[in-house]
Ligand binder design. Structure first.
Ligand code: GLU
Length: 319
């Protein structure tokens, strides 16, 4: 047997059928790319081709089904927030992490400062910029970028992941809002590390070059309870996987997380580079790439493809 995990339950067995459905999901996603626009607030991201689209789906039965631009490298952006939180949970534990960041959705944009200044000194959750920066301040005391890069490569089962220097410099030059967040956290006395080092690490992690396959692998590892299905090696503790996937479901799609939960219902995380990573328990890891974003900053094509796939295969966790 190829994998060390159990066979998934309750999913279509005919590979031809799966290929047909995921092909249709790809077409649905590709058609939606026309409705979005690429991110431009980080100048380097504006160079992306909004017509590109790809989906890679891997399941625990050992099948990989991919359509479109699935080998194209792009910056992981906010999907790195899952990696950062996973690293914090691994190295600092649940209490050591959540003593400094909350677990609540905000209903605000990913880079909002509003609630941080008016409602709570601690950031609402680790999936928004303020929370991810706070988590990074914790990590900045115990781990450096090279170690985080190794962690990301292992999590995504992708040794080719590199820092995209152009995106990193572009972010560092224009990331004043994130610098505002880190200094606001410092002014409140809650930041746990050096502000400049923290935000630099945050920018670097946002600038990792992944592809749809690396994101599918990330989702697959989470779907498999934190164990790499190819090697049988445990990467993330089971209780940490539950935390990561819960926060992905409630907070992973910015202020579109509620609607995404209703229509798609797959714990997922998006990034403004155009990626979405989805994880279906004991079944699928799904990665999509489509840099044309909707008005909430989520990949227009990615949402459409994941919604199609979820509905056609009955993957909504509440279904
Ligand atoms: N690097 C981006 C920022 O901090 C990440 C945003 C995202 O993907 O949501 O603005």
């Amino acid at each position: 047997m190829l994998f060390t995990c159990e066979q998934p339950e309750g999913q279509a067995r005919d590979p031809g059928e799966l290929e047909r459905i995921i092909g249709q999901a790809y077409e649905a996603g590709r058609a939606r790319t026309q409705t979005g626009t690429v991110a431009s607030y980080i100048p380097e991201l504006a160079k992306a081709d909004g017509r590109e689209f790809g989906i890679c789906a891997r399941n625990l039965a050992g099948e990989t089904i991919a359509f479109g631009d699935t080998e194209k490298r792009f910056s992981i952006q906010s999907i790195s927030k899952v990696l950062n939180l996973a690293a914090a949970l691994t190295f600092l534990g649940v209490r050591g992490t959540f003593a400094h960041v909350r677990m609540e959705p905000t209903g605000d944009a990913f880079n909002s400062i509003l609630k941080l200044d008016t409602v709570s000194d601690l950031p609402f959750n680790p999936m928004i910029n303020a929370g991810a920066i706070q988590v990074m301040s914790l990590l900045s005391n115990i781990i450096d970028f090279e170690q985080l890069l190794c962690f990301a490569r292992a999590f995504c089962m992708d040794e080719q992941i590199q820092l995209n220097e152009a995106v990193y410099h572009s972010e560092a030059e224009t990331g004043d809002r994130n610098r505002a967040i880190v200094y606001l956290l410092k002014s409140k006395g809650v930041l746990q590390g050096d502000p400049d080092k923290t935000v630099d690490l945050y920018f670097r992690m946002c600038s990792l070059n992944v592809n749809a396959r690396s994101l599918a692998n990330m989702g697959l590892l989470l779907a498999n309870g934190g164990v790499n299905p190819f090697t049988g090696q445990r990467m993330i503790q089971t209780d940490h996987v539950r935390i990561l996937r819960s926060l992905m479901l409630t907070c992973g799609l910015y202020d579109e997380s509620g609607a995404y939960g209703v229509w798609v219902g797959i714990p997922s995380k998006s990034g403004v580079g155009g990626g979405i990573m989805g994880s279906v328990t004991r079944q699928w890891g799904i990665g999509t790439y489509g840099p044309a974003l909707n008005e909430k900053g989520n990949s227009a094509g990615g949402i459409a493809a994941l919604r199609y796939m979820s509905q056609a295969l009955g993957l909504n966790i509440f279904a």
